[in-house]
Design a protein around this ligand. Structure first.
Ligand code: PGA
Ligand code: ZN
Length: 414
């Protein structure tokens, strides 16, 4: 496949949190491919930097210097473009050009190729497989770095419609859970004014156990209503509450301080009580061994590394040696380029880790995540439940199903 890049541009726009980000246009023939970079709030130490030290403006200045080197390149050649960007910026974390530019260029290239070849993006990413929909995983109640004081310390409590047979029903089940959660919060706290965190999850004045209890009840209620199983997930984003100086997990909003042993036991007690199907970052990002301990001890919960692996194949191979976790989060901007993220997905598949292709808390309205999830055969797409920038990715799966499906849901032994 050939889609020659004729020109490219980059600009500063804003994400859903109102922060500056980089958007790239890649021009192929008369078609404009476009993508803007998302941004995290609870980022892992091993992530590509979002911008050079000179900030978004510096990223645009750098882009002006190197962009001509990309002209003439084949927009379908994701691997080649990734290699070229590493040649342009050989620093370990895209310190010179910024990961946001690397994200925007590689994803916009696929978007441009898609338009010029009249093929969906997921088929440009990989046209060799039978496609199946990822299960949507949506944040319905949360706190941590995504919401203010008073909300739970646990960053995200999520809904996962494991029994759904169709993508439309799966997405709708999460929406019903989101609505049900609000009702249940109002029962516990009649003064709740409907506040939400960065990803559209409710941010109530509840402690962690009350919050878990609310979502657990909500997923059960919705399971009964829709006639298939909807389960719970959690993202503890433990790096955000871990103090590396003392080795203590500090649940500051509840005045609870836990040692590593106590943190492991706390997570096990949550798993025991609420049976979440999915548990992300239960320990801070360098505790591979702790992840391995948890993975061994639990049977029906995927232990998923986000800040642990940061979409980096080397870190994943390190973890896979000792079975640290059995699931990965894939966030293209953590590693910078789409090509490196695809390599990471292949490493995950070979090592039998489930993949959750994920949004960030700061997002744009591009729907591209849906294509990335399908293209890498992700079992899960984590992209919130409501809010324009979240629903954009979910609605794209519905459109894809109509145009190229119907696709089955991924085959996962939950
Ligand atoms: P982030 O959070 O996008 O703010 O990093 C999401 C997550 O931790 O999964
Ligand atoms: Zn996370």
């Amino acid at each position: 496949m050939e889609a020659k890049i004729r020109d490219l541009k980059a600009r500063i726009i804003f994400n859903s949190r109102g922060e500056k980000t980089i958007e790239a246009d890649i021009i192929v023939g008369k078609f404009v491919g476009r993508a803007s970079a998302p941004a995290g709030a609870s980022t892992g130490g091993g992530e590509a930097v979002a911008f050079p030290t000179s900030g978004p403006e510096g990223a645009i200045q750098a882009f002006k210097q190197y962009s001509q080197k990309i002209v003439g390149f084949n927009a379908c050649d994701i691997k080649g473009l990734t290699k070229l960007l590493h040649k342009i910026d050989p620093s370990p974390f895209f310190n010179n050009i910024g990961g946001s530019a690397a994200f925007a260029i590689t994803v916009a290239a696929v978007n441009a190729a898609s338009k010029s070849l009249d093929l969906p993006m997921f088929k440009i990413i990989n046209d060799n497989r039978e496609f199946a929909h990822p299960f949507p995983l949506g944040n319905v109640l949360g706190g941590g770095k995504h919401a203010g004081e008073g909300s739970p310390d646990i960053q995200e409590i999520l809904s996962l419609p494991v029994g759904a047979k169709k993508i439309f029903d799966a997405i709708y089940a999460n929406i019903l859970v989101h609505k049900e959660v609000r009702k249940l919060i109002e029962k516990k706290d009649p003064t709740f004014a409907g506040g939400k965190g960065d990803e559209g999850a409710w941010a109530p004045h509840l402690n962690d156990l009350e919050a878990l209890d609310v979502v657990s009840t909500a997923v059960n209620n919705v399971s009964d209503k829709v006639g298939f199983k909807v389960r719970m997930g959690i993202d503890l984003a433990s790096g955000s509450i871990f103090d590396p100086k003392t080795g203590i997990y500090n649940y500051s909003r509840r005045g609870m301080k836990l040692t590593r042993e106590e943190q492991i036991n706390f997570v096990l007690s949550i798993i025991d009580k609420f049976s979440p199907t999915y548990a992300e970052d239960p320990l801070f990002e360098d505790d591979y061994e702790g992840f391995a301990i948890l993975t061994k001890q639990v049977k029906h919960t995927f232990i998923v590394g986000d800040d642990l692996f940061v979409t980096n194949s080397k870190r994943l191979l390190e973890g896979a040696k000792i079975s640290a976790g059995n699931g990965v989060i894939l966030k293209v901007n953590q590693i910078g380029t789409l090509g490196d993220a695809i390599d990471f997905a292949n490493t995950a598949k070979v090592n039998k880790y489930v993949i959750a292709a994920s949004h960030r808390s700061g997002e744009g309205v591009d729907p591209h995540l849906a294509h990335i999830a399908l293209g890498v055969s992700a079992e899960i797409m984590k992209s919130g439940v409501v809010g324009g920038e979240r629903i954009a990715k979910l609605n794209e799966l519905i459109r894809i199903d109509e145009a190229y499906g119907p696709f089955k849901m991924m085959d996962v032994n939950w």
